[in-house]
Design a protein around this ligand. Structure first.
Ligand code: ATP
Ligand code: MG
Length: 374
């Protein structure tokens, strides 16, 4: 459960006392890689050579007692667990150490407490770091969103001029004018840019626009023609739609967008052709099988499977990240938009992929318990 091996920094004057601490950790099943320092200078050097998972500091070291050690550790890493080690248990001293900012205080005459204390503090520090990272990421996205929203908006206004003027020019130029093809290219590029800004704005927009209760099969059936058109002749489209599919509550237009994004990605992964399977099914997720971030209970599954290139694990780990792309002209916003739509609808998405075999994206939307709607 804890990182292996756990890097333990011991601030202790006596080598044998430090070894006893490590012995206790190992006896409790903690695989410790450790170093010992006994001066403030030594501690500073060790901290900058880190990272460490936990610091165990003796409180009776002249020149580098727990208080000095704590200040140095906190300056280097506010989240690094710091456990004071005393010879004997002393409630007042323990309270004082923890008031000063130590995470715990353990006595060497009852070392049984050391292992659970280290395990708990290391785990809690990891959770704190995760939360901070999530928060930082959310803040970054917020700022990026504002920036991208502003740019997309202004850019859209400029595009209206570019497209409007090139359109007028095209209408006014005689059919055999040599400039026609150039103007037509400007117009085409302008239209493509409108699509791009629209995708950017859809990504930034937060609210689901028009949620209603519907049957996912309808969206797949409606998209059939468009899908065939998108994936081209080389890819065979196979649909398997469950006849008694439960209803879901979402914005059907946006769910259509989810399907399109997944289908376009699948097409891009099968440049030499292949098979695209779209399936809908009722699934009952139990707690053990619910995906990370997903809930247990009845769901409608929409899965999109291709027989394309597949992804290595390092790509798979990043596919939902905004702006992550492996394509020359990709925006990296397709799947980020998909995630946003799915999560706004109370659902979640999973991916399974094998290089050279293909990829499945599985979208789970919670069943809507409305009577009379299928
Ligand atoms: N079905 C798939 N097979 C293989 N790789 C995929 C698949 N779907 C997504 N990916 C990978 O995930 C990356 C991110 O996908 P995403 O849709 O977010 O952006 P994109 O497709 O690169 O750009 P855009 O959607 O703007 O065209 C892709 O660049 C690709 O590397
Ligand atoms: Mg894409």
């Amino acid at each position: 459960m804890l990182g292996r091996p756990l890097r333990v920094l011991v601030v202790e004057g006596a080598p044998d006392a430090a070894e006893r601490l490590i012995h206790a950790l190992r006896g409790g099943g903690i695989d410790a890689a450790w170093a010992r320092v006994e001066t403030a200078e030594g501690l500073c050097a060790a901290l900058s050579a880190g990272p460490w998972a936990v610091v165990l500091a003796s409180d009776d070291l002249p020149g580098c007692g727990a208080a000095v050690g704590l200040a140095l550790v906190r300056r280097a890493d506010p989240d690094l667990p710091f456990i004071v080690v005393r010879e004997t248990a002393d409630v007042d001293a323990a309270v004082e150490a923890m008031r000063a900012g130590a995470n715990d205080c353990v006595a060497t005459d009852s070392l049984a407490r050391l292992v659970p204390a280290v395990e708990r503090e290391v785990r809690e520090a990891a959770t704190r770091r995760d939360l901070e990272e999530q928060f930082r990421q959310a803040q970054k996205m917020e700022v990026l969103g504002q920036l991208a929203g502003g740019v997309a908006h202004d850019f859209n206004n400029l595009l209206t001029i570019i497209n409007g003027c090139s359109d007028l020019l095209l209408q006014n130029l005689p059919p055999d004018d040599p400039s026609r093809s150039l103007v037509a290219q400007i117009h085409q590029a302008g239209e493509r840019s409108v699509g791009l800004t629209r995708q950017l704005l859809a990504f930034i927009r937060r609210q689901v626009l028009a949620p209603r209760v519907f049957n996912l099969n309808e969206v797949v059936a409606d998209a059939d023609n468009l899908l065939r058109c998108l994936i081209g002749d080389g890819v065979r489209l196979v649909t398997a739609l469950a006849p008694d599919l439960w209803a879901v509550r979402a914005d059907p237009g946006q769910v259509g967008q989810v399907l399109m994004n997944l289908a376009v990605n699948a097409r891009d992964a099968m440049p030499g052709g292949g098979r695209l399977a779209v399936e809908t099914r009722n699934v009952e997720l139990d707690a053990a099988h619910a995906h990370p971030g997903g809930r247990a209970g009845p769901h409608v599954l929409l899965s999109v499977t291709d027989t394309g290139s597949g992804m290595p694990p390092e790509v798979q780990a990043r596919v939902f990240e905004p702006f992550f792309t492996t394509k020359v002209h990709g925006t990296g916003l397709g799947l980020a938009t998909v995630v946003r739509i799915v999560e706004q609808s109370g659902g979640h998405i999973g991916v399974r992929s094998a290089v050279g075999v293909g990829t499945t994206f599985a979208v789970y939307l919670p069943r809507e318990e409305t009577l009379g709607v299928k």
